[in-house]
Design a protein around this ligand. Structure first.
Ligand SMILES: [Mg+2]
Length: 305
C-alpha cells in the first residue's frame, strides 16, 4: 500500500507506541504510583526488567506480526509464534494465556479450541494488549481488519468482550494510521451492531468523564480499554503524557500503557514518542525499535508517495 510520509510515521508508531507504553509501565506493574512519583523508563518491577525492556505485551504483538502481511493474517503462523514464545519461558506470561499455550497447540484451530474449553474468567486483557499490529496488515480493508482482530483474539481468549475490544481497537488504530485522528473509536461503534454499541458507548463516556477509580479492575479487558481511553482523552494528544497517565492509573500498568500506546502511536506517529525512550526500547525476540520499524514496513509492504 502506498502511504504518505506522515502515514508511514503513524504506521511505525503502532508498534513503537505499544512498546514504549509497555516498557514504561513494566517497572510499575501491580503498583499504584503516588502523585509525587516521577514516572521514568526505569525498568525493575516484579520481573526486574532492564530499563527500556518491553514485556509480554509487545513480545506477543511481535508474534502476531510474524503472521501478518499485506491483506493477510496467517493464523497458524501466529499460533506457532505464540508457541515459540511460550517455549522461550517468558517470566510474565498471563494466567489465561499460559493455560492455553501450555497445551502447545500447533495449529490455530487447536489453540482456539483449547481457549474455548477454558472455564471461569476468560475476559483478561491479554488479547487486547497484542492486537495493535493487525491494523497494519489491513490498511486497505476495514472489515477484514476487524475480522482478523477478532479471530486472533479468539486464539487465546474465548470471550465476547475480549473479541469486541480487539475489533474496536483494531478498527480505531487502522483509522488513526490513515487519518491521524481518534475518530475510529466512536465510528466503529456507530456502525456496529446495536448490542455492541449499547454496551461500549456508555463505558467510553465513563472513561472520558471519570477517573481510574471508575474502572479499577484493569486486568479485565473492559476496564483495561477504559483506562487506556481515559488516559488518551485526558492527555489531549500528548503521547508521553498518555502513557504516564496509564502508569499512574496503577495495577496492570504495562498493559494499559501498551494498549493506549498502540492507538496514540498510530494517531500521532513514532516521531511523537520521545527519542530517549525509543533508543532504549528492546525485548523478545532480541529486537530493538529499529526492528519494530522493519517489521512494520514488511507488513504493509511500504512504499511512500
Ligand atoms: Mg506485560
Amino acid at each position: 500500500m502506498r502511504l504518505s510520509e506522515q502515514q508511514l510515521d503513524r504506521a511505525t508508531g503502532v508498534l513503537v507506541g505499544t512498546a514504549a507504553g509497555d516498557a514504561l509501565g513494566a517497572g510499575y506493574e501491580f503498583t499504584y504510583p503516588s502523585a509525587d512519583t516521577r514516572i521514568l523508563m526505569k525498568g525493575g518491577g516484579t520481573f526486574d526488567w532492564a530499563p527500556g525492556e518491553w514485556t509480554d505485551d509487545t513480545s506477543m504483538a511481535l508474534c502476531v506480526a510474524e503472521g501478518l502481511s499485506a491483506s493477510h493474517a496467517d493464523l497458524d503462523a501466529i499460533a506457532a509464534a505464540f508457541a515459540r514464545w511460550y517455549d522461550s519461558n517468558p517470566p510474565d506470561i498471563g494466567n489465561q494465556t499460559r493455560a492455553v499455550l501450555s497445551a502447545r497447540s500447533t495449529t490455530a484451530q487447536a489453540m482456539a479450541a483449547r481457549a474455548a474449553g477454558l472455564s471461569g474468567r476468560t475476559g483478561g486483557n491479554g488479547s487486547l494488549m497484542r492486537t495493535a499490529p493487525v491494523a497494519l496488515a489491513f490498511l486497505d480493508d476495514a472489515a477484514a481488519c476487524v475480522d482478523a482482530a477478532g479471530a486472533i483474539s479468539d486464539l487465546t481468549h474465548h470471550d465476547e468482550r475480549a473479541r469486541e475490544a480487539c475489533r474496536l481497537w483494531g478498527f480505531a488504530i487502522r483509522h488513526a494510521v490513515l487519518t491521524g485522528t481518534l475518530d475510529g473509536v466512536r465510528l466503529y461503534l456507530s456502525e456496529a451492531e446495536a448490542s455492541t454499541n449499547n454496551y461500549w458507548s456508555p463505558l467510553l463516556d465513563i472513561a472520558e468523564t471519570g477517573t481510574p477509580a471508575d474502572f479499577p479492575k484493569n486486568g479485565w479487558v473492559v476496564h483495561a480499554l477504559q483506562t487506556a481511553w481515559w488516559a488518551i482523552t485526558t492527555a489531549e494528544g500528548d503521547v508521553p503524557t498518555t502513557l504516564e497517565y496509564c502508569v499512574r492509573a496503577g495495577n496492570d500498568t504495562d498493559t494499559t500503557a501498551a494498549i493506549a500506546g498502540g492507538l496514540v502511536g498510530a494517531c500521532h506517529g513514532a516521531s511523537a514518542v520521545p527519542n530517549e525512550w525509543v533508543e532504549m526500547l528492546h525485548g523478545y525476540p532480541d529486537a530493538t525499535a529499529a526492528d519494530l520499524s522493519v517489521v512494520t514496513r514488511r507488513i504493509i509492504g511500504a512504499t511512500t508517495t
